[in-house]
Design a protein around this ligand. Sequence first.
Ligand code: AMP
Ligand code: ZN
Ligand code: ZN
Length: 411
Amino acid sequence: MARLLILLLALLTPAALVQARAAPPDRVVILISLDGFRADYLDKGVTPNLAELAKGGVNAAMRPSFPSKTFPNHWTLVTGMVPDHHGIVANRMEDPARPGELFTMASDDPFWWNTAEPIWAMAERAGIRTATMFWPGSDVGWGGTRSRPAAMTSGGERPSDWQEYNQAITNRQRIDAVLDWMRRPAAIRPRLVTLYFDTIDTAGHEFGPDDPRIEPALTEADARIGELVQGLRDMAIPADLVIVADHGMAATSSERVIALDRLADPALYRVIEQGSYAALVPTEGNEERLWKALSASGPNHTCWRKDQIPARLHYGASPRVPPIICLARSGWTITATAPDRAFVGGAHGYAPEDPAMAALFIGNGPSFVPGVHLAPFDNTAITPLLRHLLGLPPVDSLDGTIKPFAGGLRQ
Ligand code: AMP
Ligand code: ZN
Ligand code: ZN
Protein backbone atom coordinates (compact mmCIF):
# COMPACT_ATOMS: atom_id res chain seq x y z
CA MET A 1 0.00 0.00 0.00
CA ALA A 2 2.81 2.40 1.00
CA ARG A 3 4.61 1.59 -2.26
CA LEU A 4 1.46 2.31 -4.22
CA LEU A 5 1.13 5.70 -2.50
CA ILE A 6 4.74 6.59 -3.27
CA LEU A 7 4.17 5.58 -6.88
CA LEU A 8 1.04 7.74 -7.13
CA LEU A 9 2.87 10.71 -5.59
CA ALA A 10 5.74 10.25 -8.03
CA LEU A 11 3.32 10.24 -10.93
CA LEU A 12 1.75 13.47 -9.70
CA THR A 13 4.95 15.54 -9.52
CA PRO A 14 4.79 18.68 -11.72
CA ALA A 15 7.57 17.29 -13.96
CA ALA A 16 5.54 14.15 -14.63
CA LEU A 17 2.46 16.24 -15.45
CA VAL A 18 4.45 18.35 -17.91
CA GLN A 19 5.73 15.16 -19.53
CA ALA A 20 2.27 13.69 -19.75
CA ARG A 21 1.09 16.75 -21.66
CA ALA A 22 4.17 16.95 -23.86
CA ALA A 23 4.48 13.35 -25.01
CA PRO A 24 2.19 10.34 -24.60
CA PRO A 25 3.29 8.60 -21.38
CA ASP A 26 3.55 5.15 -22.97
CA ARG A 27 5.81 6.29 -25.79
CA VAL A 28 9.43 5.25 -25.56
CA VAL A 29 12.47 6.79 -27.22
CA ILE A 30 15.23 4.30 -28.14
CA LEU A 31 18.62 5.68 -29.15
CA ILE A 32 20.58 2.98 -30.98
CA SER A 33 24.26 3.34 -31.91
CA LEU A 34 25.72 1.05 -34.55
CA ASP A 35 29.39 1.90 -34.00
CA GLY A 36 31.18 2.61 -37.28
CA PHE A 37 28.09 2.20 -39.54
CA ARG A 38 29.10 4.40 -42.47
CA ALA A 39 26.07 6.17 -43.98
CA ASP A 40 26.44 4.42 -47.35
CA TYR A 41 26.58 0.91 -45.84
CA LEU A 42 22.78 1.11 -46.26
CA ASP A 43 23.36 0.91 -50.04
CA LYS A 44 25.15 -2.46 -49.76
CA GLY A 45 21.71 -4.06 -49.76
CA VAL A 46 22.42 -6.40 -46.82
CA THR A 47 20.40 -4.55 -44.13
CA PRO A 48 16.72 -4.98 -45.08
CA ASN A 49 15.32 -4.00 -41.67
CA LEU A 50 17.28 -0.75 -41.56
CA ALA A 51 16.30 -0.04 -45.18
CA GLU A 52 12.64 -0.49 -44.22
CA LEU A 53 13.02 1.83 -41.20
CA ALA A 54 14.80 4.44 -43.36
CA LYS A 55 12.05 4.26 -45.97
CA GLY A 56 9.29 4.54 -43.40
CA GLY A 57 10.97 7.41 -41.53
CA VAL A 58 13.63 10.10 -41.82
CA ASN A 59 17.18 9.40 -42.94
CA ALA A 60 20.37 11.37 -43.60
CA ALA A 61 24.14 11.14 -43.72
CA MET A 62 25.25 12.67 -40.43
CA ARG A 63 28.53 14.56 -39.93
CA PRO A 64 30.54 13.42 -36.91
CA SER A 65 32.43 15.87 -34.72
CA PHE A 66 36.21 16.08 -34.74
CA PRO A 67 37.95 13.79 -33.95
CA SER A 68 35.68 11.15 -35.56
CA LYS A 69 36.45 8.63 -32.80
CA THR A 70 34.11 6.58 -30.66
CA PHE A 71 34.19 8.23 -27.24
CA PRO A 72 34.20 11.90 -28.34
CA ASN A 73 31.28 11.28 -30.71
CA HIS A 74 29.17 9.14 -28.41
CA TRP A 75 29.47 11.90 -25.82
CA THR A 76 28.51 14.51 -28.44
CA LEU A 77 25.45 12.46 -29.42
CA VAL A 78 24.14 12.51 -25.82
CA THR A 79 25.26 16.00 -24.73
CA GLY A 80 24.65 18.11 -27.87
CA MET A 81 28.12 19.62 -27.57
CA VAL A 82 31.28 19.30 -29.63
CA PRO A 83 34.19 17.43 -27.99
CA ASP A 84 36.09 20.68 -27.36
CA HIS A 85 33.16 21.78 -25.15
CA HIS A 86 32.08 18.48 -23.55
CA GLY A 87 35.54 17.40 -22.44
CA ILE A 88 35.85 13.92 -24.00
CA VAL A 89 38.21 15.28 -26.66
CA ALA A 90 39.76 11.89 -27.57
CA ASN A 91 39.73 8.17 -26.81
CA ARG A 92 43.09 8.79 -25.06
CA MET A 93 43.88 12.11 -23.39
CA GLU A 94 45.58 13.92 -20.54
CA ASP A 95 44.45 16.87 -18.44
CA PRO A 96 46.87 19.42 -16.94
CA ALA A 97 44.71 19.28 -13.77
CA ARG A 98 45.62 15.59 -13.34
CA PRO A 99 49.35 15.38 -14.08
CA GLY A 100 50.60 11.86 -14.81
CA GLU A 101 47.11 10.44 -15.53
CA LEU A 102 45.94 9.13 -18.89
CA PHE A 103 42.25 8.82 -19.86
CA THR A 104 41.54 5.64 -21.82
CA MET A 105 38.31 3.94 -22.86
CA ALA A 106 38.52 1.99 -19.59
CA SER A 107 38.61 5.10 -17.34
CA ASP A 108 35.57 5.37 -15.05
CA ASP A 109 36.53 8.39 -12.97
CA PRO A 110 33.65 10.92 -13.26
CA PHE A 111 36.29 13.70 -13.37
CA TRP A 112 36.68 13.13 -17.12
CA TRP A 113 32.95 13.07 -17.89
CA ASN A 114 31.51 15.87 -15.76
CA THR A 115 31.91 18.84 -18.15
CA ALA A 116 28.61 18.33 -20.02
CA GLU A 117 25.35 16.72 -18.89
CA PRO A 118 24.24 13.58 -20.75
CA ILE A 119 20.65 13.14 -21.94
CA TRP A 120 19.88 10.43 -19.35
CA ALA A 121 20.76 12.86 -16.53
CA MET A 122 18.66 15.61 -18.18
CA ALA A 123 15.75 13.16 -18.47
CA GLU A 124 16.01 11.68 -14.97
CA ARG A 125 16.11 15.23 -13.58
CA ALA A 126 12.78 15.87 -15.36
CA GLY A 127 11.22 12.72 -13.89
CA ILE A 128 11.70 10.54 -16.99
CA ARG A 129 12.98 7.06 -16.27
CA THR A 130 15.99 6.02 -18.38
CA ALA A 131 17.92 2.80 -19.05
CA THR A 132 21.18 2.21 -20.93
CA MET A 133 22.14 -1.05 -22.61
CA PHE A 134 25.70 0.30 -22.99
CA TRP A 135 26.83 3.75 -24.11
CA PRO A 136 30.24 5.28 -23.44
CA GLY A 137 29.95 7.19 -20.17
CA SER A 138 26.69 5.54 -19.08
CA ASP A 139 28.45 3.32 -16.54
CA VAL A 140 30.08 6.35 -14.89
CA GLY A 141 28.17 8.26 -12.18
CA TRP A 142 27.71 11.59 -13.96
CA GLY A 143 28.33 14.57 -11.69
CA GLY A 144 29.91 12.31 -9.08
CA THR A 145 33.42 12.23 -7.69
CA ARG A 146 35.90 9.49 -7.03
CA SER A 147 38.11 9.55 -4.02
CA ARG A 148 41.52 8.47 -5.17
CA PRO A 149 43.37 6.15 -4.94
CA ALA A 150 40.41 3.97 -3.91
CA ALA A 151 38.31 3.02 -6.94
CA MET A 152 35.15 4.02 -5.07
CA THR A 153 32.80 6.24 -7.01
CA SER A 154 30.59 8.41 -4.86
CA GLY A 155 27.30 9.90 -5.89
CA GLY A 156 26.57 10.89 -9.43
CA GLU A 157 23.55 10.55 -11.67
CA ARG A 158 23.16 7.21 -13.43
CA PRO A 159 20.32 5.91 -15.57
CA SER A 160 17.75 4.01 -13.46
CA ASP A 161 18.99 0.85 -15.19
CA TRP A 162 22.48 0.51 -16.66
CA GLN A 163 25.09 -2.12 -17.44
CA GLU A 164 28.83 -2.23 -16.98
CA TYR A 165 30.42 -2.34 -20.44
CA ASN A 166 31.31 -5.86 -21.56
CA GLN A 167 32.06 -6.54 -25.20
CA ALA A 168 31.30 -10.26 -24.72
CA ILE A 169 27.58 -9.58 -24.20
CA THR A 170 26.11 -10.52 -27.58
CA ASN A 171 23.90 -8.24 -29.66
CA ARG A 172 21.01 -10.67 -29.06
CA GLN A 173 21.50 -10.40 -25.28
CA ARG A 174 21.52 -6.61 -25.62
CA ILE A 175 18.24 -6.61 -27.58
CA ASP A 176 16.69 -9.05 -25.09
CA ALA A 177 17.63 -6.76 -22.19
CA VAL A 178 15.85 -3.84 -23.89
CA LEU A 179 12.77 -5.96 -24.63
CA ASP A 180 12.72 -7.11 -21.00
CA TRP A 181 12.66 -3.48 -19.87
CA MET A 182 9.78 -2.87 -22.28
CA ARG A 183 7.81 -5.76 -20.73
CA ARG A 184 7.64 -3.90 -17.41
CA PRO A 185 4.43 -2.17 -16.28
CA ALA A 186 4.25 1.38 -17.68
CA ALA A 187 5.03 3.02 -14.31
CA ILE A 188 8.51 1.49 -14.12
CA ARG A 189 9.21 1.13 -17.83
CA PRO A 190 12.06 3.33 -19.06
CA ARG A 191 10.98 6.06 -21.49
CA LEU A 192 14.48 6.71 -22.81
CA VAL A 193 16.70 3.75 -23.65
CA THR A 194 20.14 3.58 -25.24
CA LEU A 195 21.49 0.53 -27.05
CA TYR A 196 25.00 0.07 -28.44
CA PHE A 197 26.52 -2.47 -30.89
CA ASP A 198 30.30 -2.55 -31.46
CA THR A 199 30.48 -5.40 -33.99
CA ILE A 200 30.27 -3.36 -37.22
CA ASP A 201 33.15 -1.08 -36.14
CA THR A 202 35.31 -4.10 -35.30
CA ALA A 203 34.66 -5.68 -38.72
CA GLY A 204 35.32 -2.35 -40.46
CA HIS A 205 38.71 -2.00 -38.75
CA GLU A 206 39.69 -5.55 -39.60
CA PHE A 207 38.67 -5.71 -43.26
CA GLY A 208 38.07 -2.10 -44.39
CA PRO A 209 34.72 -0.58 -45.40
CA ASP A 210 34.65 -1.93 -48.97
CA ASP A 211 35.48 -5.56 -48.19
CA PRO A 212 32.52 -7.98 -48.50
CA ARG A 213 33.73 -9.70 -45.33
CA ILE A 214 32.12 -6.91 -43.25
CA GLU A 215 28.67 -7.88 -44.56
CA PRO A 216 27.94 -10.65 -42.01
CA ALA A 217 28.36 -8.09 -39.19
CA LEU A 218 25.95 -5.71 -40.97
CA THR A 219 23.39 -8.46 -41.57
CA GLU A 220 23.60 -9.74 -37.99
CA ALA A 221 23.08 -6.29 -36.44
CA ASP A 222 20.23 -5.68 -38.89
CA ALA A 223 18.53 -8.93 -37.88
CA ARG A 224 18.72 -7.91 -34.20
CA ILE A 225 17.15 -4.51 -35.03
CA GLY A 226 14.41 -6.42 -36.85
CA GLU A 227 13.78 -8.46 -33.68
CA LEU A 228 13.62 -5.32 -31.58
CA VAL A 229 11.05 -3.74 -33.92
CA GLN A 230 8.99 -6.95 -33.96
CA GLY A 231 9.17 -7.26 -30.15
CA LEU A 232 7.94 -3.68 -29.69
CA ARG A 233 5.15 -4.32 -32.20
CA ASP A 234 4.09 -7.52 -30.35
CA MET A 235 3.85 -5.55 -27.10
CA ALA A 236 2.09 -2.64 -28.90
CA ILE A 237 4.61 -0.17 -27.46
CA PRO A 238 4.88 2.97 -29.59
CA ALA A 239 8.58 3.80 -30.00
CA ASP A 240 10.55 6.59 -31.62
CA LEU A 241 13.75 4.92 -32.81
CA VAL A 242 16.79 7.16 -33.32
CA ILE A 243 19.39 4.98 -35.04
CA VAL A 244 22.82 6.53 -35.39
CA ALA A 245 26.50 5.80 -35.88
CA ASP A 246 29.36 7.68 -34.26
CA HIS A 247 31.44 7.92 -37.46
CA GLY A 248 32.12 6.11 -40.75
CA MET A 249 35.18 4.18 -41.87
CA ALA A 250 37.96 4.79 -44.44
CA ALA A 251 40.08 2.11 -46.11
CA THR A 252 43.68 2.15 -44.86
CA SER A 253 46.84 0.44 -46.10
CA SER A 254 50.53 0.20 -45.21
CA GLU A 255 51.04 1.85 -48.63
CA ARG A 256 49.64 5.05 -47.09
CA VAL A 257 51.63 5.66 -43.92
CA ILE A 258 53.31 8.77 -42.53
CA ALA A 259 55.95 7.82 -39.93
CA LEU A 260 56.40 10.60 -37.35
CA ASP A 261 60.02 9.71 -36.61
CA ARG A 262 60.84 10.58 -40.24
CA LEU A 263 59.45 14.08 -39.68
CA ALA A 264 60.89 14.91 -36.27
CA ASP A 265 63.35 13.52 -33.73
CA PRO A 266 61.26 11.33 -31.35
CA ALA A 267 63.15 12.83 -28.41
CA LEU A 268 61.18 16.04 -29.06
CA TYR A 269 57.68 14.66 -28.33
CA ARG A 270 55.39 12.15 -26.65
CA VAL A 271 52.64 10.55 -28.76
CA ILE A 272 49.21 10.52 -27.06
CA GLU A 273 47.24 9.33 -30.11
CA GLN A 274 48.30 7.99 -33.50
CA GLY A 275 46.40 6.69 -36.52
CA SER A 276 44.07 8.91 -38.54
CA TYR A 277 45.51 11.81 -36.57
CA ALA A 278 48.37 12.24 -34.15
CA ALA A 279 48.21 14.13 -30.85
CA LEU A 280 51.63 15.19 -29.63
CA VAL A 281 53.04 16.74 -26.48
CA PRO A 282 56.48 18.37 -26.88
CA THR A 283 59.05 17.23 -24.35
CA GLU A 284 60.29 19.85 -21.86
CA GLY A 285 61.79 22.87 -23.60
CA ASN A 286 61.42 21.41 -27.12
CA GLU A 287 58.21 23.09 -28.27
CA GLU A 288 59.87 25.41 -30.82
CA ARG A 289 62.23 22.77 -32.21
CA LEU A 290 59.35 20.32 -32.63
CA TRP A 291 57.14 22.90 -34.27
CA LYS A 292 59.96 23.82 -36.71
CA ALA A 293 60.20 20.16 -37.74
CA LEU A 294 56.44 19.66 -38.15
CA SER A 295 55.22 22.99 -39.50
CA ALA A 296 55.99 22.06 -43.14
CA SER A 297 52.89 19.99 -43.98
CA GLY A 298 53.28 17.07 -46.37
CA PRO A 299 50.96 16.20 -49.26
CA ASN A 300 49.01 13.78 -47.07
CA HIS A 301 48.92 15.42 -43.65
CA THR A 302 48.75 18.81 -41.91
CA CYS A 303 50.01 19.70 -38.43
CA TRP A 304 48.64 22.56 -36.36
CA ARG A 305 49.46 24.09 -33.02
CA LYS A 306 46.29 23.83 -30.98
CA ASP A 307 45.47 27.53 -31.31
CA GLN A 308 45.73 27.35 -35.12
CA ILE A 309 43.37 24.45 -35.75
CA PRO A 310 40.85 25.56 -38.42
CA ALA A 311 37.55 26.83 -36.97
CA ARG A 312 35.53 24.23 -38.92
CA LEU A 313 36.99 21.49 -36.68
CA HIS A 314 35.86 23.23 -33.43
CA TYR A 315 38.92 21.89 -31.63
CA GLY A 316 41.74 23.31 -29.54
CA ALA A 317 40.11 25.36 -26.75
CA SER A 318 39.93 22.50 -24.24
CA PRO A 319 42.96 22.14 -21.94
CA ARG A 320 42.78 18.41 -22.78
CA VAL A 321 43.70 19.00 -26.44
CA PRO A 322 47.48 18.55 -26.57
CA PRO A 323 49.74 21.28 -28.05
CA ILE A 324 50.11 19.73 -31.53
CA ILE A 325 47.58 17.90 -33.72
CA CYS A 326 48.60 16.34 -37.07
CA LEU A 327 45.66 15.22 -39.23
CA ALA A 328 46.12 12.70 -42.05
CA ARG A 329 44.34 12.78 -45.39
CA SER A 330 41.47 10.29 -45.53
CA GLY A 331 42.79 6.72 -45.64
CA TRP A 332 46.31 7.68 -44.54
CA THR A 333 47.78 6.53 -41.22
CA ILE A 334 50.16 8.50 -38.99
CA THR A 335 52.35 6.15 -36.93
CA ALA A 336 55.16 6.75 -34.43
CA THR A 337 57.51 4.58 -36.52
CA ALA A 338 57.15 2.91 -39.93
CA PRO A 339 55.08 -0.32 -39.61
CA ASP A 340 57.14 -3.52 -39.76
CA ARG A 341 54.52 -5.44 -41.74
CA ALA A 342 52.05 -4.80 -44.52
CA PHE A 343 48.41 -4.16 -43.57
CA VAL A 344 45.05 -3.21 -45.01
CA GLY A 345 41.98 -2.38 -42.95
CA GLY A 346 39.84 0.53 -41.90
CA ALA A 347 40.15 3.57 -39.64
CA HIS A 348 38.29 6.69 -38.56
CA GLY A 349 39.19 9.89 -36.78
CA TYR A 350 39.50 11.95 -39.99
CA ALA A 351 37.89 15.34 -40.67
CA PRO A 352 34.09 15.51 -40.29
CA GLU A 353 33.60 16.69 -43.89
CA ASP A 354 35.30 13.54 -45.25
CA PRO A 355 32.48 11.57 -46.97
CA ALA A 356 34.02 8.33 -45.63
CA MET A 357 33.33 9.58 -42.08
CA ALA A 358 29.60 10.17 -42.74
CA ALA A 359 27.51 8.31 -40.16
CA LEU A 360 24.13 6.61 -40.34
CA PHE A 361 21.02 8.49 -39.18
CA ILE A 362 17.52 7.02 -39.21
CA GLY A 363 14.55 8.36 -37.26
CA ASN A 364 11.47 6.14 -37.29
CA GLY A 365 8.32 6.15 -35.19
CA PRO A 366 5.20 8.17 -34.44
CA SER A 367 7.14 11.47 -34.23
CA PHE A 368 8.77 11.16 -37.66
CA VAL A 369 7.34 11.91 -41.11
CA PRO A 370 7.78 8.85 -43.36
CA GLY A 371 9.96 8.97 -46.46
CA VAL A 372 12.02 12.10 -45.71
CA HIS A 373 15.68 12.32 -46.75
CA LEU A 374 17.38 15.22 -44.97
CA ALA A 375 20.50 17.18 -45.98
CA PRO A 376 23.66 16.19 -44.06
CA PHE A 377 23.76 17.71 -40.55
CA ASP A 378 26.15 17.85 -37.58
CA ASN A 379 25.72 15.22 -34.86
CA THR A 380 25.32 17.94 -32.20
CA ALA A 381 21.66 17.96 -33.34
CA ILE A 382 20.88 14.56 -31.80
CA THR A 383 20.51 15.69 -28.16
CA PRO A 384 18.13 18.54 -29.14
CA LEU A 385 16.16 15.93 -31.14
CA LEU A 386 16.01 13.56 -28.15
CA ARG A 387 14.88 16.40 -25.87
CA HIS A 388 12.11 17.20 -28.35
CA LEU A 389 11.01 13.55 -28.57
CA LEU A 390 10.92 13.36 -24.76
CA GLY A 391 8.91 16.55 -24.47
CA LEU A 392 11.74 18.51 -22.83
CA PRO A 393 11.97 22.22 -23.75
CA PRO A 394 14.82 23.42 -26.02
CA VAL A 395 17.93 24.82 -24.30
CA ASP A 396 20.26 27.29 -25.97
CA SER A 397 23.39 26.22 -24.08
CA LEU A 398 23.97 23.34 -26.50
CA ASP A 399 26.06 23.46 -29.69
CA GLY A 400 23.28 21.92 -31.79
CA THR A 401 19.64 22.73 -32.46
CA ILE A 402 16.64 20.84 -33.79
CA LYS A 403 16.63 22.91 -37.03
CA PRO A 404 18.12 20.16 -39.27
CA PHE A 405 14.98 18.07 -38.64
CA ALA A 406 12.52 20.66 -39.94
CA GLY A 407 10.24 18.81 -42.33
CA GLY A 408 11.05 15.45 -40.76
CA LEU A 409 9.05 15.83 -37.53
CA ARG A 410 5.30 15.69 -37.13
CA GLN A 411 3.79 18.72 -35.40
P1 AMP B 1 37.42 3.07 -31.53
O1 AMP B 1 38.81 2.75 -31.10
O2 AMP B 1 37.20 4.56 -31.59
O3 AMP B 1 37.06 2.36 -32.78
O4 AMP B 1 36.46 2.51 -30.36
C1 AMP B 1 35.61 1.39 -30.52
C2 AMP B 1 35.68 0.50 -29.33
O5 AMP B 1 35.16 1.16 -28.17
C3 AMP B 1 34.83 -0.75 -29.49
O6 AMP B 1 35.61 -1.85 -29.88
C4 AMP B 1 34.21 -0.96 -28.12
O7 AMP B 1 34.50 -2.22 -27.58
C5 AMP B 1 34.78 0.15 -27.25
N1 AMP B 1 33.74 0.66 -26.36
C6 AMP B 1 32.52 1.07 -26.68
N2 AMP B 1 31.79 1.44 -25.60
C7 AMP B 1 32.59 1.27 -24.55
C8 AMP B 1 32.43 1.48 -23.15
N3 AMP B 1 31.28 1.96 -22.64
N4 AMP B 1 33.48 1.21 -22.34
C9 AMP B 1 34.64 0.76 -22.85
N5 AMP B 1 34.85 0.52 -24.18
C10 AMP B 1 33.85 0.77 -25.02
ZN1 ZN C 1 33.24 4.13 -33.04
ZN1 ZN D 1 36.52 2.10 -34.44
